[in-house]
Design a protein around this ligand. Structure first.
Ligand code: AMP
Length: 418
């Protein structure tokens, strides 16, 4: 599934519609929206530098937040234009809309190497519906198409899929940006022909979210290490007590199926052998969804596989970290998706940080390839301070998971094959 990349485009003087992921966190400070983390903007710089050098006319399109088809001032991309201009040391023209006359005027005034950023594409409800009329309006100024927004590639929206189809139908080329190219290389090619031993580490909340990935990786991996709340559904399947731990009782059969498949395939499938448990206490406070906030009291090491009735397992224990680390140390390829525990609370972060340390060590010392498959595991690696010591961290959450499941992502499928 090799795709054309931005390096292959003859883009000089051409109007290139570039879909980027500028869904950055913003915070209101003294009535002004301020970007609190510009990682996503920085991540697009290699693609932009490539196009600027080529002398393309770069028209950037992105979404920010969930404005649900309305103009929502707090979700404007205007602050991104200012930050991007600082980063590339060049003027970025911001257009207050993503379709229509204003866009056409701004594009008509462009010279080779100029950069224009259009307003939030999700101000139109038609974007998420992949409305063909809206896609035509977006594509009006597009001669070539580039997608560098891997994190949005699992959605067939107008700017991620519709515009690419229109450009292709007109005979224009559609290419992957350099960030997208790296995602496809590491989550795709590198895992398809993974050097062995191939160790997969899976954690996070639910078996149901990851079962398709588990099933697919059981065909490829030598070892699978399971942590996080999802381990308790497997423990239940093995007949252990899980106390108040987060379990999916309706997924016990699915867990049993995975355990049987691992046995049949000779895949080493390891579950935690100890954990950190705590007592849940309901508080008067409510979370964002209006549910009572649970306070976890009395964190304790539990050196066995059974969990007492009145406590929940919130992290893997030290013996598990040791066991998992010894498996990780043998790996030549590692894929990690999902934290080992409730790492947002530092009392339950040691399992995740311990595994992160082992992954960083085998990467640095043995030259293993370590691929961090997006979402919370990336947050956890960043928190552990080891981000620079792993091979690759995906920028996608849902997109990474769907790609690892083997699904065809509409935003990738729409790009030109080579
Ligand atoms: P996921 O999005 O499925 O990767 O799940 C990540 C979330 O699972 C994080 O917010 C973790 O805090 C949470 N999590 C991981 N392990 C546990 C656990 N043992 N109990 C409760 N939540 C957990």
């Amino acid at each position: 599934m090799a795709k054309l990349t931005v390096k292959d485009l003859k883009a000089h003087g051409k109007q290139v519609f570039v879909r980027v992921d500028y869904n950055v966190p913003l915070e209101e400070q003294n009535g002004v929206m301020v970007i609190t983390d510009d990682t996503r903007i920085r991540a697009t710089l290699p693609t932009l530098e490539c196009l600027i050098k080529e002398g393309a006319k770069i028209i950037l399109t992105a979404h920010l937040g969930r404005p649900k088809g309305k103009r929502e001032a707090t979700m404007s991309l205007a602050p991104v234009a200012v930050r991007l201009s600082e980063l590339i040391g060049k003027k970025v023209v911001f257009v207050n809309d993503c379709i229509g006359e204003e866009v056409e005027k701004a594009v008509a005034a462009m010279s080779p190497g100029d950069v224009v950023l259009l307003e939030n594409v999700r101000y139109y409800a038609e974007e998420e519906k992949n409305d063909p009329v809206f896609a035509e309006k977006l594509a009006k100024i597009a001669e070539l198409y580039v997608n560098d927004a891997f994190g949005a590639a699992h959605r067939a929206h107008a700017s991620t899929e519709g515009v690419a189809r229109i450009v292709a139908a007109r005979g224009g080329q559609c290419a992957a940006g350099l960030l997208m190219e790296r995602e496809l290389k590491f989550l795709g090619d590198e895992l398809d022909k993974a050097e062995r031993p191939f160790v997969v580490i899976l954690g996070g909340a639910k078996v149901s979210d990851k079962i398709t990935v588990i099933d697919r990786l059981l065909d490829k991996a030598d070892t699978i290490l399971i942590g996080g709340a999802m381990a308790y559904t497997f423990r239940l399947a093995q007949g252990y007590k899980t106390g108040k731990s987060l379990v999916e009782t309706d997924k016990v059969d699915v867990a049993k199926g995975a355990l049987d498949k691992a046995k049949a395939k000779g895949v080493k499938f390891l579950l935690p052998i100890d954990d950190i448990v705590a007592t849940p206490v309901k508080t008067d406070k409510l979370d964002k969804k209006g549910k009572p906030v649970i306070e976890w009291q009395n964190p304790t090491e539990n050196p066995q596989m059974d969990c007492a009735d009145d406590v929940a397992g919130l992290d893997v224990g030290p013996k598990t970290v040791e066991l998992f680390s010894s498996e990780i140390a043998k790996a030549k390829t590692i894929l990690w998706n999902g934290p080992m525990g409730l790492f947002e609370d530092k009392r339950f972060a040691q399992g995740t940080f311990g595994v992160a340390k082992a992954v960083a060590e085998v990467t640095q010392k043995n030259g293993a390839k370590s691929i961090i498959g997006g979402g919370d595991s990336v947050k956890a690696i960043n928190k552990s301070g080891l981000a620079s010591q792993v091979t690759f961290m995906s920028t996608g959450g849902g997109a990474s998971l769907e790609f690892l499941e083997g699904k065809v992502l509409p935003g990738v499928a729409a790009l030109t094959d080579i």
